[in-house]
Ligand binder design. Structure first.
Ligand code: HEM
Length: 69
């Protein structure tokens, strides 16, 4: 709702570009940095895999579970 649809973005964005944007943000454009979030950095590969799967249609449904277990 605040940034571009990542479903569309990941059709063209490389994994490197994705990781860099999430880690460093684009502060001038209003995208915050998640580089200091250990949880995001530790799960970057999973985050990318999930969003890429949603983007290319390989994943159509997800079972979301709480992280604090
Ligand atoms: C409150 C949280 C967030 C805000 C305010 C925000 C805002 C934005 C904005 C304004 C942009 C466009 C920047 C530009 O024009 O270059 C952007 C891009 C982007 N955001 Fe966020 N974002 C947020 C959270 C996230 C999260 C949680 C992720 C990852 C899961 C993410 C991943 C990205 C990526 C990959 C792009 C680049 C998309 C592209 O180049 O097509 N953002 N974000």
């Amino acid at each position: 709702m605040v940034g571009p649809s990542l479903i569309n973005s990941l059709k063209t964005l490389s994994k490197e570009e994705f990781v860099k944007t999430v880690r460093d943000g684009r502060l001038d454009k209003g995208m915050q940095s998640f580089g200091t979030s250990q949880q995001v950095m530790d799960n970057m590969d999973h985050l990318y895999a999930y969003l890429k799967g949603r983007s290319d249609g390989a994943i159509t449904r997800a079972k979301v579970e709480p992280l604090n277990k």
